[in-house]
Ligand binder design. Structure first.
Ligand SMILES: [Zn+2]
Length: 491
């Protein structure tokens, strides 16, 4: 089997991936709404779609990867009422909305760098594409599928559904939605402006005190949340592109509305494959502020959340995410993270032995062709990364057996082992060797420094011990004093 099959939420089937244009793939992934520091829920999607992108690149495709930044239009409550998330946070922090967006965009991208997610080819911002959004709204209005009401513009779901299928992606039925929506209070802001409770905002009129607003043919206002993705994906990938990705939590209403908008404007679904990753849980529970289990990525890297017994490295986090299939749930717990850390260290220790393995010209029985084939099959079968990791563990086992002198390899097998590590562990899974037991020189130098610092502490020379810690920190080395002694990590 040599072609990638991927689960298409639109058809609810595993489909063979065939790019629209030969050798080129366009991917659009919904990015973060940048109004707070990145939490664990922010890392899974980017890692999953990074692996997909890397695998396509390995297969020779030229990939244009677009991941947006939502810096306006995403309202508290994810509906058409309420305050803009960015504007709300800006008031809390006494900042310009753009300052909030910049701060958290930087924080998000710094986390992406640390978990080795490739930078997007294009990272468009909603506020930088107001004109494109207004133009798309105008097109939809010209088709008779949106209407203006009191300075806001709403998508006419009933008119659209007369010829198209609203609910095609999420499987929701409009009649059921109608029944549910009927219970909503009509007095909610904006509800009485709509012809139908299921209509959603393309443009919202801004009140005078609203701090983010632009001029439009309908007066001062700001775009609805969904229109940015339709406008920006069309702008950078064309009105029909290969893969649209996101979390399952975005299926409805966000992606359903995106499909409706794009279909209204261009007469067809914008993406060939809709790919969704599942959500994360913390100790079996949904992550929520109210449950006190909202773990920020930074807290994971520093071990400073009450639910965490220690710090975990960026690659442990990446490895942990990839140990679950992207369509299954992923449960964070200390035990599971610890197991991932140990597994990743065990794998690294074995892989660093490869260069030094002795080879023989004849009599070798250890080969790895089956592992390479297994890895390819696993990736082709809906990006089954846990199976890829299982094959890599088997590779680590064989390396150890050869290293212990209990089996032998030829020079060719040694090259094969190296290329599996290079192409798949590092290339496709995007794992980077970390320092735990891998870079012996640095380990040794660090232990000398930490020994000197311990000596300074014993002599109550706090100035020197703090200086060593602070200067190392400046260079990216995190020093932690714990019960078991001092540990360090490099970011
Ligand atoms: Zn989106």
């Amino acid at each position: 089997m040599d072609s990638l099959k991927i689960y298409n939420t639109l058809s609810r089937k595993l489909e063979v991936f065939e790019s629209i244009s030969p050798n080129h793939v366009g991917i659009y992934v919904c990015g973060p709404t940048v109004y707070g520091p990145p939490h664990l829920g922010h890392v899974r999607g980017p890692i999953v779609f990074d692996v997909l992108r890397r695998y396509l690149i390995l297969q020779g495709y030229k990939v244009r990867f677009v991941r947006n930044i939502t810096d306006v239009g995403h309202l508290v409550g994810d509906a058409d009422e309420g305050e803009d998330k960015l504007a709300k946070q800006a008031k809390v922090e006494q900042l310009e909305p753009m300052e909030v967006a910049q701060t958290y965009t930087d924080a998000y991208n710094s986390v992406m760098d640390r978990v080795n997610v490739l930078k997007p080819s294009i990272e468009p911002r909603a506020t930088g594409h107001i004109i494109e959004q207004i133009e798309m709204i105008q097109t939809i209005m010209e088709k008779g599928l949106a209407y203006e009401s009191n300075g806001s513009v709403y998508f006419d779901v009933m008119a659209y559904n007369a010829n198209q299928h609203y609910g095609a992606l999420s499987g929701r039925v409009l009649e059921d939605l109608q029944a549910g929506a009927g219970n909503q209070s009509r007095s909610l802001e904006g509800q009485d402006e709509k012809r139908n409770p299921n209509d959603f905002a393309l443009w919202k009129r801004a009140s005078a005190e609203h701090i983010m607003q632009w001029s439009s043919p309908w007066g001062k206002g700001f775009p609805g949340w969904h229109i940015e993705c339709s406008a920006m994906s069309a702008r950078y990938l064309g009105d029909h592109f290969d893969i649209h990705g996101g979390g399952m939590d975005l299926l409805f209403p966000h992606h359903e509305c995106e499909i409706a908008q794009s279909t209204a404007a261009h007469n067809h679904n914008p993406a060939k494959y809709w790919v969704h990753h599942n959500m994360i849980t913390i100790n079996g529970q949904k992550m929520a502020k109210s449950l006190g289990n909202g773990i920020m990525v930074e807290q994971l890297f520093t071990g400073t959340h009450p639910l965490l017994a220690q710090a975990y490295s960026p690659m442990t986090l990446r490895f942990f995410v990839l140990q679950a299939h992207y369509r299954g749930t992923l449960d964070f717990s200390n035990d599971a993270l610890l197991a991932a850390q140990k597994g990743w260290q065990r794998m690294q220790s074995a892989f660093k032995l490869v260069d030094g393995l002795p080879t023989v010209e004849s009599g070798a029985t250890c080969v790895v062709d089956d592992l390479l084939a297994g890895i390819k099959d696993s990736l082709n079968e809906d990006l089954n990364t846990p199976q890829v990791i299982a094959h890599l563990f088997e590779l680590a086992r064989r390396i150890n057996v050869v290293n212990d002198g209990n089996d032998h390899i030829t020079e060719q097998t040694k090259m094969d082992m190296k290329s599996i590590i290079q192409d798949y562990c590092m290339g496709v899974l995007g794992m980077v060797a970390e320092l735990d037991g891998v870079n012996d020189g640095l380990e040794d130098a660090m232990s000398i420094l930490l020994l000197l610092r311990a000596k300074a502490k014993a002599e109550k020379n706090w100035a020197l011990s703090d200086q060593i810690r602070d200067e190392l920190k400046e260079k990216g080395f995190e020093i932690k004093d714990g019960k078991e002694g001092t540990t360090w990590n490099k970011f």
